[in-house]
Design a protein around this ligand. Structure first.
Ligand code: F0G
Length: 445
C-alpha cells in the first residue's frame, strides 16, 4: 500500500503531483487537487463492507465512513489492522455516517409524483453533529493529524463549523471558525460555541468569510477543513457508497443534492468516476444539483443564463474567464447571494470546477428552487417522520421540478440526499403558523 496515494492537480494540462503529506489545497498554478490512488480496489470488497455491518466491536467497521476505508486509504495503512486504524483514523467513536442510509418516504413520493419504490431519501442529518459534514470531517481531520496540525480552520454557513468544532474537541486540537455575522442558524452557531471553537465573525457573506479564513490559515499555521481540502472530498464519497450499497450496488438513475460550495457534487462525481474506472459499476447515475433561486451561480452558468454560454468542464478546459466575468458582474451590480436557506447562501462555489467535472461525467443537470418551495420540501419530509433543514428541502422540490419538466422520468429510480437536520427551530414554527402553506398544520386555540 505504501506510496499508493498522492495528490494531483485536476487540470489535465497542468497535472502537477504532490506527496500525500502536502497541505496545499491548490497546485502552484492555482488549480484544485484530487487525492489519487495507484491501485485498483477489487469489487470483492463489496462483501467485506457488507460483513463489517456486523461490526464485531470495531468502531472502524461501525463507522459509515471508515467501513469503506479501502476506497479512501490515503493514509496508506493496513486496513485490516485495527490497532493501526486506531492510531491513524479519526472517528467520533464510529458514529460518523453510521445511521445514514436511504429510506422510502411515501408522502414525499406522493408530493413529487414519483413511484413510491422509485424514491429514496438519505438523511445525513443523523450524523453526530447533525449534517453530512461529519463524513468529510473524519477524513480531513485524519489528514490534519497525519501532518501534525495543531489547529483546524474553516469558514462556514454553520454546519461545517459545528462538525469541525466537534471533531477538534474530540481530538484535543484548536478550531477557528469564520462565520458571516448574523447569517447562520442559531442552532449551528451554538454548537460551535458548545464545542469550544473560536468564532471569528466576518462582516460579509460566506464567500467573504472563506476568503479571510484561507488567508489566515496560510499566515497563522492553520489547517483548512473546508471542502477545498481534497481530503474532505474523500470522506464525502461514502455518502453515495452507502446509498449504492443499500441498493445492492444497483445503480439508480439519479442522485440529487442541494448545491452550495459544491463539495458534495464534487465528491459524488469523484466516487462515481472511481467506481466506474474500477469496474464496480457499469452504469453512471446522473447528478442533479439544486441551487436556491437566490444563490444560483452553478445553475446560471451551467444553463447559459449568463452571456448565453453553457459553462462546461469541457474535458478539463472550462471557460474560467466566463466564471470570472460572472463574479465581476455580481460585484458590479451589487448582487449578493440571498436565501432563507442560509446553508446554501453561497455566491462563489469553491468547488465549481470539480462540480462541472462531476456534471460532465454523469451527464448531470442543475436547476433552482424558491425559498417557499424548499420549505414545502422540508415540511413533507417531516410528515414522514424524518427531520431535515430548509436547504435539504431543495432536494425534494428539485426532484419534483425535474419530474414536472419531464427530465426525471416517472419510472426512474432517484436517490435524494437530505444534507442536514433542522437547527433553526423557528423555521417550522413559522411555516406551520401560516395556514396558506401547503403542508401547514396551524395551531388551534
Ligand atoms: N446542505 C447543507 C445542510 C449544508 O450545510 C450545505 C453546506 C450544503 C447543503 C451545500 O453543500 O457545499 O457541498 O454544495 N454548508 C457549508 C457549511 C457551506 O459551511 O456548513 P455543498
Amino acid at each position: 500500500m505504501q506510496g499508493d496515494a498522492y495528490l494531483k492537480c485536476v487540470n489535465p494540462k497542468c497535472g502537477l503531483e504532490y506527496p500525500i503529506m502536502s497541505t496545499n489545497v491548490q497546485c502552484e498554478n492555482g488549480h484544485v487537487l484530487d487525492v489519487k490512488y495507484k491501485n485498483k480496489p477489487s469489487p470483492n470488497l463489496k462483501e467485506t463492507f457488507y460483513q463489517r455491518r456486523n461490526s464485531k466491536g470495531s468502531i472502524f467497521n461501525e463507522s459509515g465512513v471508515w467501513r469503506f476505508r479501502e476506497l479512501l486509504n490515503f493514509c496508506q495503512i493496513d486496513t485490516e489492522d485495527i490497532e493501526e486504524c486506531s492510531k491513524v483514523l479519526v472517528s467520533l467513536d464510529g458514529a460518523e455516517g453510521r445511521q445514514s442510509k436511504p429510506y422510502q418516504m411515501s408522502k414525499a413520493a406522493e408530493f413529487i409524483g414519483i413511484e413510491r419504490n422509485g424514491l429514496w431519501l438519505q438523511p445525513e442529518g443523523y450524523n453526530p453533529s447533525g449534517s453530512f459534514k461529519d463524513n468529510g470531517m473524519a477524513t480531513a481531520v485524519t489528514h490534519a493529524k497525519m501532518v501534525g496540525a495543531k489547529k483546524i480552520v474553516c469558514a462556514s454557513t454553520g454546519n461545517t463549523s459545528a462538525s469541525a468544532g466537534m471533531f477538534a474537541a474530540n481530538e484535543g486540537i484548536k478550531c477557528d471558525v469564520y462565520i458571516p455575522a448574523g447569517q447562520i442558524a442559531p442552532g449551528k452557531l451554538s454548537q460551535a460555541y458548545q464545542f469550544g471553537a473560536q468564532i471569528v465573525q466576518v462582516e460579509g457573506n460566506f464567500d467573504d468569510a472563506l476568503k479571510q479564513s484561507l488567508e489566515d490559515a496560510k499566515n497563522y499555521d492553520g489547517y483548512t477543513v473546508n471542502s477545498v481540502n481534497p481530503f474532505r472530498i474523500e470522506g464525502q464519497k461514502t455518502i453515495p457508497f452507502r446509498a449504492l450499497e443499500y441498493l445492492n450496488w444497483e445503480v439508480p438513475d439519479w442522485i440529487v443534492y442541494p448545491g452550495g460550495a459544491l463539495g458534495n457534487t464534487s465528491s459524488c462525481g469523484k466516487a462515481l468516476m472511481e467506481l466506474y474506472e474500477w469496474g464496480w459499476i457499469k452504469k453512471i447515475p446522473r447528478i442533479a444539483v439544486i441551487n436556491s433561486e437566490g444563490a444560483s451561480t452553478l445553475s446560471d452558468l451551467y444553463n447559459g443564463e449568463f452571456e448565453g454560454e453553457e459553462l462546461r468542464w469541457n474535458k478539463g478546459n472550462p471557460n474560467t474567464e466566463l466564471i470570472s466575468r460572472y463574479y465581476d458582474h455580481l460585484d458590479k451590480e451589487g448582487l449578493r447571494p440571498k436565501t432563507k436557506a442560509t446553508a446554501i447562501q453561497i455566491g462563489r462555489p469553491a468547488n465549481i470546477l470539480k462540480g462541472l467535472r462531476a456534471l460532465e461525467f454523469t451527464n448531470g443537470v442543475a436547476t433552482t428552487v424558491s425559498d417557499s418551495e424548499m420549505l414545502d420540501g422540508m415540511s413533507v419530509v417531516g410528515l414522514n417522520g424524518f427531520d431535515c433543514e430548509m436547504a435539504s428541502g431543495a432536494t425534494v422540490v428539485g426532484i419534483k421540478k425535474l419530474m414536472d419538466q419531464g427530465i426525471i422520468k416517472k419510472d426512474d429510480v432517484v436517490v435524494g440526499i437530505l444534507t442536514g437536520r433542522q437547527k433553526d427551530a423557528m423555521i417550522p414554527v413559522d411555516y406551520h403558523s401560516n395556514s396558506k402553506n401547503t403542508f401547514a398544520i396551524p395551531p388551534k386555540n
